[in-house]
Ligand binder design. Structure first.
Ligand SMILES: [Zn+2]
Ligand SMILES: [Zn+2]
Length: 267
């Protein structure tokens, strides 16, 4: 059940999405998004089979236990029961935990790169379907799917204008279309923090402080984040510094009760 105040897509929006997709099917006949082999039209299994052939699906690396109970970093070896990785042992995250569908390697890494930097929006569907795998985490089963509110990690306005879209928002939309889950684009990035890639951990944290804020204006009249259980959505989780800052703002300024981070991939 959608949360009260959540915006239902209008008939027009639903129809235009349907038509948009039908149009894409004409332009891009169904072929595996990784190896380009044609996919059989009639015996396409649902879910990821809609986007890639069996061999390519088998080549994706799922994030499976054992993984860090805080940041979702997979661990090669035998550990039973919850544990924290070395990276998180001395850290306190504002989110409850982070979970990813796949490891960011090979084809997964390439697709995300192509989506973001190659601006290939036709990858939105397959990545949205992959993001859905993160929802399989048993720790999310405590709440019915309708209880969660999807929130995208925002981009700075200048960056979004340059890219033409915010990849996290597109992933939220793709998930909303597939699950009917409610979404609220309620955060904004008020400071352009540039690329974090070259910074050390403490520099990243410093660089990100005060980078995010609750979006004011129209949104606040439409719905309130107060008391909400939030699934914060991003494409890849690397150190967790960005999502930590977002979760902090959602809880401190938005009054969110719980924030769990879901990403397509774990970097
Ligand atoms: Zn393939
Ligand atoms: Zn960890």
């Amino acid at each position: 059940m959608p949360l009260p105040g959540a915006k239902e897509p209008s008939r027009f929006e639903k129809l235009s999405r349907l038509w948009g997709r039908a149009l894409l099917d004409v332009i891009y006949p169904r072929a595996c998004r990784i190896c380009d082999q044609p996919l059989a039209a009639d015996d396409v299994p649902p879910d990821l089979g809609e986007w890639m052939c069996e061999a390519c699906r088998a080549g994706l690396v799922r994030v499976e236990p054992p993984f860090c109970s805080a940041c979702g970093e997979p661990f090669d070896g035998a550990i039973t029961g919850p544990f924290r990785c070395m990276n998180c042992a001395d850290r306190k995250f504002a989110f409850e935990f982070a979970v990813a569908g796949f490891k960011a390697e090979g084809a997964v890494r390439e697709m995300i790169h192509q989506f973001k930097y190659g601006r290939d929006q036709s990858l939105r569907g397959v990545l949205g379907t992959m993001l859905r795998r993160a929802l399989d985490d048993p720790r999310l089963a405590d709440e019915p799917p309708g209880e969660w509110l999807l929130v995208p990690v925002p981009l700075h306005r200048a960056k979004e204008a340059d890219r033409g879209f915010n990849q996290s928002r597109e992933l939220c939309l793709a998930l909303t279309e597939r699950t009917g889950m409610a979404m609220a684009d309620c955060l904004s990035r008020v400071r352009d923090t540039g690329s974090q890639a070259s910074l050390h951990r403490h520099e990243r944290l410093k660089n990100l402080s005060k980078a995010f804020a609750m979006r004011r204006g129209l949104f606040q009249k439409a719905r309130d984040v107060a008391g909400a259980k939030i699934l914060l959505v991003d494409d890849v989780l690397t150190t967790g510094a960005t999502t930590h800052e977002c979760a902090k703002v959602l809880k401190r300024d938005g009054g969110a009760e719980k924030v769990v981070v879901i990403t397509v991939a774990r970097g």
